[in-house]
Design a protein around this ligand. Sequence first.
Ligand code: AMP
Ligand code: MG
Length: 479
Amino acid sequence: MPPVFTDNSYARLPDRFYARLAPTPVSAPKLVKLNTALALQLGLDPAFLASPEGVEILAGNKVAEGSEPIALAYAGHQFGNFVPQLGDGRAVLLGEVVDKTGTRRDIQLKGSGPTPFSRRGDGRAALGPVLREYIISEAMVALGIPTTRSLAAVITGDPVIRENIMPGAVLTRVASSHIRVGTFQFFAARGDKEALKLLADHVIARHYPDAKSYRELYERVIERQANLVARWLGVGFIHGVMNTDNVSIAGETIDYGPCAFMDAYHPETVFSSIDQTGRYAFGKQPQIAGWNLARLGEAMLPLFDEDPDAALAQANESLGNYGAIFGHAYLGVLRRKFGLVTEQESDGELAQSFMKLLADNGTDYTQAFRKLGDGTARGLFEEPAAFDAWDATYRARLAQEPQDEATRRAAMQAVNPVYIPRNHKVEEALAAAIQDDNYEPFEKLLTVLAKPFEERPEFAAYAAPPAGGSANYQTFCGT
Ligand code: AMP
Ligand code: MG
């Protein structure tokens, strides 16, 4: 049974929200990965999607029934500089599906050919970044972090030219929506208050039905973004390109370009080759999220109040709470990581002194927390004495907790993963697929990452950082 798009709410918004166009067909589509579990969850038929006709749809060669393909308009601040028009330059929203639980989701093809927003780009995606997004977004799901998802990866049969010539591919991306901070900025920059209002109403209906005003909408977005970034910090995730066009209004992680997980803990860790100044370094992410939310507030000003001064005062008041909201969310994440169920003033300090220890020792972030829960963290430190001093404070703190040790350990194991998408393992999987058409390492990695909290001895190699660390690891935007 083919997918049916019965209710494409975004395509009913006015013409200036998007460009209507079908994906550009490809030469020889071949399905390399289908997310069967996700298909079922969406109420789609995996057998159909894997059939020749299904693959034609996933490659963009055929438009499914009810699909109203559109490339969305948006603007954005890229590395701090405002670009009034970006938009889907290599993606097309096929439409929306509503699953059995009533949840509405966008189905988008990424790498589906040029659009009116392509600027100088070819509208295509290379196989490496497509598989990378597949792996990391699905790992995020298993880690319990809000994210867009990956339904399928298809190779196109058409090469794309990047640093090298690469096989081309199309990713089918699933999202609560593809509305970004930059979507609001697009209309704000044009002084189009009518569109801003329509957009805000659409977002309220779709994502924040309990928001009773535009101001409340802004505050809900602030809350979700604060919580999202707190969760990223909890697993060592570095988004890498937190431009306002890559910030989802629904609070999902979106646009997996140069993202990567940190091995050795250091707040200044950056992997992206284009982030020369460390703007989007691991520890900068909370501050940058606040900056991005300020840009959203600016864009929404005309919705808050007719009087510009009053509007600004309202925006500032809402944004002023961001620091506290983030701090609270982050402290919650940290307390869970340390296995604390009660709250004490000094918990933040306890966490920060542990982080400093990790930074000073170049300790692996993921292993440190996992082994802390197992009671075997000491061996990870070059200077065990420094750890012992910290550990004495920690144990004194634990002595004031109501839980017994076994319960605490189990709780810590449920939030501190054994397996994250280690950079070297991701690269290994991509290289085998790209160079040898061998998808076994890719599939195996997905299997490991699907259950990140469950230790499985046969996958021990996936739990370890690379031999020499990730110091020289670089990620690319994949454009
Ligand atoms: P990104 O850095 O991936 O978030 O992309 C920033 C902007 O560049 C977005 O408007 C993308 O649609 C556009 N873009 C990225 N890669 C390409 C490409 N290969 N062809 C056309 N547009 C692209
Ligand atoms: Mg983007």
